[in-house]
Design a protein around this ligand. Structure first.
Ligand SMILES: *Cc1c(COP(=O)(O)O)cnc(C)c1O
Length: 383
């Protein structure tokens, strides 16, 4: 076979907000010859993936499976199935992704009540409680566990306890937290949770693990009209994904991506969640110390709510941050993330997600930033 001229791209060190680097074992799994999406060998892989996802989410929810689509498709799946037109939903906004939740809920026709916190801060559970007291007719609270646009971790357990006390379900964005920060879907009572494969699972983009609890299923069953979606209709999709079910064709599963996801989840299970969480923490601590030695401050002030997998660092004034990032990319094959929205030009977002979270990546990044910033920072200090 002629292997010349196959698509070839530069090899980057990916320390941005996702995608993260993919473990070579996952790449090998991805490149296996395809098999049919109803092949018994594939069906047994589907069952394995569901079991492994339950481990990753720490749940026994039956309806736990990977949505065919990126994290935003997982978000859409949760909102469009759980929320009906007219439902009142409390949405916490402390960054880009809370705002995306608000947008989706509004488009479904929900009455959205937003609770705002400053970018770089966690969601304030007291504000959620105040909103619930002011809106006793709310039926759901939606929030982002790990805000990738700022690097802040919110207290999912406390928010979920409060929401339940007021008779609300929780819809939780765990796109960046899954496999990077402690997440206990069952212990914390999270009702509908979605994630993404290209962040701390270090798999290909375009798959979104989702888990739906019994209370959320019950709300879906009570719907007055079917969800206004065909592709994301959980009842239809469950017919294909449920263990021992009819495996009715709904859409062609992204078979090779599922091969890759299976391997990524096996690797996570081999390492163990605790060890994976600790590894993220340790590598982040090394990075943060190094950034502080360079004279830089972290955006998230309180270390207790700082994400280890997404390190947002404040930039010195008077640097051309775009030029530096493009030199890092073009000369060192190193990708780091820019700030979004109000943080554009003010922070860099350095991701240490999944397989990217390795000591050699931390040193490489610190060396590269040191040589770019060394001059600029010394000048600033000398002034
Ligand atoms: C990346 C991300 C998403 C969106 O995932 P896509 O795969 O880009 O659609 C949603 N929420 C959070 C917190 C994210 O980090």
């Amino acid at each position: 076979m002629n292997m010349q001229n196959i698509v070839k791209l530069p090899e980057r060190t990916l320390l941005g907000p996702g995608p993260s680097e993919i473990n070579p074992r996952v790449l090998v799994a991805l490149s296996q010859p395809a098999i049919g999406h109803l092949d018994p060998a594939f069906v047994s892989l589907m069952d394995e993936v569901k079991g492994l996802l339950r481990y990753a989410f720490q749940t026994s929810n039956r309806l736990t499976f990977p949505v065919s689509g990126p994290g935003s498709a997982g978000m859409e799946t949760c909102f469009v199935n759980l929320i009906e037109p007219g439902d009142k939903v409390i949405v916490a906004r402390n960054g880009v992704f809370g705002a995306r939740m608000q947008e989706m809920a509004s488009r479904i026709g929900a009455q959205v009540v937003t609770v705002d916190d400053e970018w770089g801060c966690a969601v304030d559970p007291n504000k959620i409680e105040a909103a619930l007291r002011a809106h006793p007719d709310a039926c759901a609270v939606a929030f982002v566990h790990a805000e990738t646009s700022t690097g802040a971790l919110s207290d999912a357990k406390t928010i979920s306890e409060i929401a339940h006390r007021y008779g609300c379900l929780t819809i939780v964005d765990a796109v960046t937290s899954l496999a990077g920060s402690p997440l206990y879907v069952d212990d914390w009572g999270l009702d509908a949770v979605y994630s993404g494969a290209q962040k701390c699972l270090s798999c290909v983009a375009g798959i979104s693990p989702v888990t739906i609890g019994d209370q959320a299923l019950a709300k879906m069953k009570r719907r007055k009209s079917p969800a206004r979606t065909w592709f994301h209709d959980l009842e239809l999709i469950d017919g294909y994904w449920s263990e021992g079910g009819t495996r009715a064709y709904h859409h062609t599963a992204p078979v090779n991506s599922i091969f890759a996801l299976t391997e990524a989840l096996r690797l996570l299970k081999q390492e163990g969640l605790d060890r994976a969480w600790n590894r993220h923490q340790e590598n982040s601590q090394q990075l943060v110390s190094g950034l502080q030695r360079l004279g830089l401050d972290m955006l998230v002030q309180d270390p207790a709510v700082r994400l280890p997998q997404l390190n947002a660092v404040r930039l010195p004034v008077d640097i051309d941050e775009t030029a530096i990032r493009s030199r890092l990319l073009n000369e060192k094959n190193l990708e780091i993330g820019a700030g979004l929205g109000p943080l554009a030009g003010k922070v860099w977002r350095i991701g240490l997600m999944g397989y990217s979270s390795r000591p050699e990546n931390v040193s490489f990044c610190l060396d590269a930033l040191g040589s770019e910033l060394g001059g600029a920072i010394q000048t600033a200090v000398g002034e």
